[in-house]
Design a protein around this ligand. Structure first.
Ligand SMILES: Nc1nc2c(ncn2[C@@H]2O[C@H](COP(=O)(O)OP(=O)(O)OP(=O)(O)O)[C@@H](O)[C@H]2O)c(=O)[nH]1
Length: 764
C-alpha cells in the first residue's frame, strides 16, 4: 500500500481561470509588467484637447531635434572675440544715428563720426562691435561675411527698399546670421491708426521674408536729434542677451575684422617710388580658429596677400575683472574705436599711445579768427608758428592731387579715380545713371554718391521699367532707344523678368536722391505705406505726378502672384544683365547654340592649317601689339589670382579668339593633342623634337622607332612613318618655312608658350 502510494502520480496544478483567485493573479502579473496604472483612470496621463496634443508632439519632436544636433566644438581660447553687429539699411535711414545712440547708451560717450568698427563692452562677459554697412553691394558682401547680428533698418514712412532684400539675399549665402529689423522715421505718421496699420503690414512682410516671429523694433522718432532712450535701452538689452549660434564655416576658418591699419613701408621706399609694394599692419580680433604665419590671406577689396607675421597683442578693449558683482561699473564701460578717433589707448606692436582729447590739449591752441596770438605776454615762437601752419593743412599734397580731377566737359559729371578702375561697361552705365530722366520729361542730373555706383547700375533697368509703364514716357523710351541698343539683349530680358516677379523695383527721385522701393504684388491691393504718409504729409515727394504714375504702373502690372517671396528672381536677372566675362563659357563654350558654334569654329580653324602656319611665321613687328599685351599678362603676380578680373589688359584678351582656343585646349574637354602640338611648334621642332621623342625601342614588342615618328597623345601611342604621308609632308613644309623665317629673323620665338604658362598658373 505504501509502495503503491509512492508510485502514484500527482495531477498537475491547474491555475484558476475565473473567480477572485484568477483576478488576483492577473493583477500581480500586470504589476510585474509595469502596467498596473492602466486600471486607474487611464485618461489621467493622456491628452484631452487637440491643442495640448499638438503642443506635446512639437515638444517631443523639438527634443528629438536637439538630440540630433551635433555638439558645436568651441575652439576659442580665453575671452571670446566681440560679436559683430552690422547696421544695415538704405541711405539716410538712420544707421549712423542708431550706432551713435547705442554707443551713447553703452558708454555714455558721444560719438561724432562713425568710421570703422566700434568695440564696446556691453556686459561682464560680452563685447560688441558695431559696424555700419556701406551702401553698395560690395560692402554688403563684405559685411555679410563677418556679421553675427544684422540690424536691418527700414524707413517706415517709405516702406521696404531694395537694399534690404539684396542684403538678405547676400546674408543667405553667407550662412544667415541673426537678423533683427528696426523701423525708423515713424514720427512722420500723424495718424495713429495708419501708423498701427503700417507697422502691422511691414511686420508681416518682414516675417514672410525671414521667419514668422522675427524681431522687429520700432523707433518712434527723434528726441533732441537722438532716438528715444527707452527704445534704445530695449534694443541694447536685446543685443546684450542675444544668443549667437556659431556658423559652421566661420568656426573652422580664421578671419579678422580689421579695426585699425597702419602703413609701415619705409618712407624712403615710398619716396623713391610712390607706387611701390607697401607693408601694411592690420589690427583686429582673430575669430574662427588659429591663424598660422605664412598663410595666404584674402583682404576684401585688395586681393590675396602673403602673410608675413602674426603677433598677439594686448587686448585694447578687455573684459572687466571677473569680480562677483552685478552689472558694469562706470569705469568698466570701455570702448575702442580707433578709426572713429575714439578711445584713450592704442596698442601697437612695440608701443602704446595715449590719446588726449582735443579740448585738453594746451600746446597748440588754435588762434582766434583775427589771427591774434593767444599766448599771453610772450612773442610768438618761430617753431610754434611752423607747427601751427602745418596743423592748418588738412590734406597732404599727394592726397590733394589724388582727389583732384580735370573736367573736360562742363555738363558731364567728373569721373572719380575710383570709377576709372571699373570696366568700360560700368562707366557707361554710371554715366547713364547720372542723367536721370524724370517722368514729366525734364532732364535732371541726379547727385549720386560715389559709392552708389553699384546701386545705380541696378536701378537702371527698373528705371526703364517704370518709364515703360507710364503713358507719358513712351516718347522718352523711343528717344532712348539708341542707348538701349547698346545694352545686351540679356539685360533686357532680365528687366522683363523682373516685371513678372513678386517684388518689383520702382525707382523714384525723392528728397534729392534716388530711392529703390520694393513693391510686392501681394501688398498692392492693401495700399501702401506711402499712401498713408502722403495723405498725412505730402512733403516727401518732389513730384506728386511722378509718384502717382508709379503707383498706376504698379497696379497695371499686378500679376496676382501669391505671398511667396520672389525677390531673388529680380536679383538673378540683374546679375545676368551685369555679367561680363564668364570663364566657364570661354573654356567649355555656351550651353546650347554657342557650344556648337565654337566647335564649328574650331573645326574651321583646323581645316586651314596652312594659313595658321603662315600666320605663325609672321614677322614679330606685325604682332607687336599683341605681344605687348601678353607681356603684361606674364608680368602678373601669379600668386594673386584675385587681381586677374580687375586687369584691363587681360580682359581685352578675351576678345581674342586665338587665346581662348589655346586656353580651351588646356582643359579636360579640350584637344590635348592640339595643345601639345602647339607647344612643340613654339618650342621648335627638329632637334628639340628629337631630344624629346628620340629614337627608342619598344621593349615589349621589340620594334624600333626613330625620332621622326610623331606621338599621338590621344591613345594610340604611335603612328608609323609611312602610314601618315600627309603629316610628314606638312612637317617638311613647316621646317622649310621655319628655315626661311630663321634666315630672316634670327632670334628665338618662345613668347607664346610663356603666355600659356602664365594662364596655366592662374586657372589650374
Ligand atoms: N524724423 C526722423 N528723422 C530721422 C530718423 N532717423 C534718422 N533720421 C534723420 O535722418 C538723417 C540721416 O541719418 P543718418 O544716421 O546719417 O543716416 P545714415 O543711414 O547713416 O545715412 P548714410 O550713412 O548717408 O547712408 C539724419 O538727419 C537723422 O536725423 C527718424 O526716425 N525720424
Amino acid at each position: 500500500m505504501a509502495v503503491g502510494s509512492e508510485e502514484q502520480t500527482h495531477k498537475t496544478h491547474r491555475s484558476r481561470q475565473s473567480g477572485p483567485s484568477a483576478r488576483k493573479k492577473e493583477k500581480s502579473d500586470k504589476q510585474k509588467r509595469g502596467i498596473a496604472n492602466e486600471k486607474h483612470n487611464p485618461k489621467a496621463f493622456a491628452f484631452r484637447s487637440s491643442v495640448k496634443a499638438k503642443r506635446l508632439q512639437s515638444h517631443a519632436s523639438e527634443k528629438e531635434q536637439r538630440r540630433l544636433h551635433l555638439p558645436v566644438i568651441d575652439r576659442s581660447t580665453g575671452e571670446p572675440a566681440p560679436y559683430v553687429v552690422v547696421v544695415h539699411g538704405p541711405p539716410k535711414v538712420g544707421k549712423s544715428l542708431l550706432i551713435k545712440s547705442l554707443v551713447k547708451h553703452y558708454t555714455k560717450h558721444n560719438l561724432s563720426d562713425v568710421r570703422g568698427p566700434i568695440t564696446i563692452v556691453s556686459g561682464k562677459q560680452r563685447r560688441v562691435q558695431f559696424v555700419e554697412c556701406p551702401n553698395d553691394v560690395n560692402g554688403m558682401i563684405d559685411a555679410a561675411k563677418f556679421a553675427d547680428l544684422a540690424l536691418l533698418l527700414i524707413d517706415g514712412s517709405y516702406g521696404f527698399e531694395m537694399e534690404t532684400f539684396e542684403f538678405l539675399n547676400i546674408l543667405q549665402v553667407h550662412g544667415f546670421p541673426r537678423v533683427m529689423g528696426v523701423l525708423t522715421h515713424l514720427d512722420k505718421f500723424k495718424d495713429v491708426k495708419k501708423l498701427r496699420k503700417t507697422k502691422q503690414r511691414l511686420k508681416h512682410r518682414f516675417w514672410t521674408e525671414i521667419y514668422d516671429g522675427a524681431k522687429l523694433f520700432y523707433l518712434s522718432g527723434l528726441i533732441h536729434g537722438k532716438y528715444p532712450k527707452r527704445e534704445i535701452h530695449n534694443l541694447a538689452r536685446f543685443i546684450s542677451v542675444m544668443k549667437f549660434h556659431p556658423l559652421s564655416w566661420r568656426t573652422s576658418h580664421p578671419y579678422i575684422l580689421v579695426d585699425r591699419f597702419e602703413d609701415v613701408t619705409p618712407p624712403e621706399r615710398v619716396h623713391a617710388d610712390n607706387k611701390c609694394d607697401r607693408n601694411i599692419t592690420l589690427y583686429g580680433y582673430l575669430r574662427g580658429c588659429n591663424l598660422k604665419k605664412g598663410t595666404k590671406v584674402h583682404i576684401a577689396g585688395v586681393g590675396d596677400c602673403q602673410l608675413d607675421s602674426v603677433t598677439a597683442l594686448a587686448d585694447p578693449c578687455p573684459l572687466p575683472s571677473v569680480a562677483k558683482k552685478k552689472g558694469l561699473r562706470e569705469k568698466e564701460k570701455l570702448f575702442y574705436a580707433p578709426m572713429s578717433d575714439l578711445g584713450d589707448l592704442l596698442y601697437d606692436k612695440d608701443a602704446v599711445y595715449i590719446n588726449i582729447n582735443d579740448h585738453m590739449v594746451q600746446f597748440s591752441k588754435v588762434d582766434g579768427d583775427d589771427g591774434a596770438a593767444t599766448n599771453k605776454g610772450r612773442g610768438r615762437d618761430v617753431g610754434e608758428d611752423l607747427v601751427k601752419t602745418l596743423q592748418k593743412t588738412k590734406y597732404s599734397i599727394n592726397e590733394k592731387l589724388e582727389q583732384s580731377f580735370i573736367n573736360l566737359f562742363s555738363r558731364k559729371p567728373s569721373i572719380s579715380s575710383e570709377v576709372q578702375f571699373n570696366s568700360n561697361n560700368t562707366m557707361k552705365n554710371e554715366s547713364e545713371n547720372f542723367y536721370f530722366q524724370s517722368e514729366n520729361g525734364e532732364e535732371s542730373t541726379s547727385s549720386l554718391e560715389g559709392d552708389d555706383v553699384e546701386q545705380a547700375n541696378g536701378t537702371e533697368a527698373s528705371n526703364k521699367e517704370t518709364m515703360q509703364d507710364g503713358s507719358e514716357t513712351e516718347g522718352n523710351e523711343s528717344d532712348e532707344s539708341d542707348d538701349e541698343s547698346n545694352k545686351s539683349s540679356e539685360g533686357d530680358e532680365g528687366s522683363a523678368k523682373a516685371l513678372n516677379s513678386d517684388v518689383k523695383e520702382v525707382t523714384e527721385f525723392q528728397n534729392g536722391r534716388l530711392r529703390r522701393r520694393a513693391v510686392f504684388a501681394s501688398d498692392e491691393g492693401q495700399g501702401s505705406d506711402k499712401d498713408d504718409v502722403d495723405s498725412d504729409l505730402s512733403v516727401d515727394s518732389d513730384d506728386p505726378e511722378e509718384t502717382e504714375n508709379d503707383w498706376k504702373s504698379e497696379d497695371q502690372t499686378d500679376d496676382g502672384m501669391g505671398n511667396a517671396s520672389k525677390w531673388k528672381e529680380t536679383l538673378v536677372s540683374r546679375a545676368v544683365s551685369r555679367q561680363t566675362t564668364n570663364l566657364m563659357q570661354l573654356v567649355y563654350g555656351k550651353h546650347s547654340s554657342k557650344s556648337i558654334n565654337t566647335v564649328q569654329e574650331s573645326l574651321g580653324s583646323g581645316d586651314s592649317d596652312d594659313s595658321e602656319d603662315e600666320e605663325f611665321f609672321k614677322p614679330k613687328e606685325s604682332s607687336d601689339k599683341k605681344s605687348s599685351e601678353r607681356m603684361d599678362v606674364d608680368n602678373f603676380n601669379a600668386e594673386d589670382c584675385s587681381k586677374i578680373g580687375a586687369d584691363q589688359v587681360l580682359r581685352d584678351d578675351w576678345s581674342n579668339q586665338d587665346i581662348i582656343e589655346t586656353i580651351r585646349d588646356r582643359f579636360v574637354t579640350g584637344d590635348w593633342a592640339k595643345a601639345a602640338r602647339r607647344g612643340q611648334e613654339v618650342e621648335g621642332s627638329g632637334d628639340e623634337d628629337a631630344a624629346i621623342y628620340g629614337d627608342f625601342e619598344d621593349l615589349e614588342t621589340g620594334e624600333e622607332y626613330d625620332g621622326q615618328e610623331t606621338l599621338n597623345l590621344e591613345g594610340d601611342a604611335k603612328v608609323s612613318k609611312g602610314s601618315d604621308l600627309a603629316d610628314e609632308e606638312r612637317r617638311l613644309k613647316k621646317l622649310a618655312l621655319r628655315a626661311k623665317f630663321d634666315a630672316q629673323y634670327p632670334f628665338p620665338l618662345t613668347f607664346s608658350y610663356c603666355c600659356l604658362e602664365a594662364f596655366d598658373k592662374f586657372y589650374s
